[in-house]
Design a protein around this ligand. Structure first.
Ligand code: ADP
Ligand code: MG
Length: 237
């Protein structure tokens, strides 16, 4: 059996905003090609933790390693290419249509029109958007549709790490179920390390292999899917 490898190491991460202690002594080793859910109430520091993994926030204390390499804050470009990031506030370019938004990085990389089209089509299918949407502009999309385009953009270059910050927040239950299924399917053909922030325990149980539960700036619990199911039962029933 292949030895499990660590994709992201967090060691004794502590961070404050002004006087507020947001994360305190967070140590975790996130496994390569696994889906890890980060659970916690609103304001518990989940997005901050993603920003720290992404190099957007430099923690007051502690260290982060991405594939065994410490983050080099002077060389963020190489980190950016390794990490796809789906933000809560989507941030699509308003003057570009869906096709252009999704494939921007492919264009910069001089990918062929055929390669770009094939990847865009595959991703759009994954998030359950019809092909004619490629010609729409962000203002012509609902919030949930914009979020889904954001997911396609983050995955376009097949990054080994994907950080998702409440990516399905504004989607209806049925659409979510379809996307969960498609995401798990694509995870089999192009496995990557996915960290998904959510406050939805059922979403975490459906999608993730592992979980971290943050409360009071610390990791309150962690474990695998079975542990999470047990924990959910214990808390909510
Ligand atoms: P979550 O994603 O779990 O809802 P966040 O990580 O966004 O939580 O925020 C954790 C806490 O840190 C919140 O109380 C928030 O107000 C505070 N916070 C987040 N970002 C900043 C910032 N840039 N400046 C000051 N406080 C911040
Ligand atoms: Mg957040």
């Amino acid at each position: 059996m292949e030895k499990t490898k660590t994709a992201i190491s967090l060691f004794e991460i502590t961070h404050r905003f002004a006087e507020q202690l947001v994360l305190s002594g967070i140590t975790a080793f996130l496994e390569k090609d696994q889906i890890t859910a980060i659970l916690g109430k609103s304001g518990s520091g989940k997005s901050t933790l993603l920003h720290i993994i992404n190099g957007l926030v430099q923690p007051d204390h502690g260290s982060i390693r991405i594939f065994e390499q410490p983050i080099d804050y002077r060389k963020m470009d190489s980190l950016r290419l390794q990490i796809g990031y789906v933000v809560q506030q989507v941030g699509l370019f308003p003057h570009m249509n869906v096709q252009q938004n999704i494939s921007l990085l492919g264009k910069i990389r001089h990918q062929s029109t055929e390669a770009i089209h094939a990847r865009v089509t595959q991703l759009l299918k994954m998030v359950q958007l019809p092909l004619p949407y490629l010609n729409k502009y962000p203002h012509e999309l609902s919030g949930g549709e914009q979020q889904r385009v954001g997911i396609c953009r983050a995955m376009f270059l097949n990054p080994p790490i994907l950080l998702m910050d409440e990516p399905f927040g504004s989607l209806d239950y049925e659409t979510k179920r379809h996307i969960y299924k498609n995401l798990l399917t694509i995870q089999k053909t192009e496995p990557r390390t996915i960290i998904i922030v959510t406050h939805d325990w059922d979403e975490a149980i459906t999608l993730s292999d592992r979980f971290l539960w943050i409360e009071g700036a610390k990791i309150k619990d962690r474990g695998n899917k079975t542990d999470l199911e047990k924990l959910k039962k214990a808390i909510f029933s």
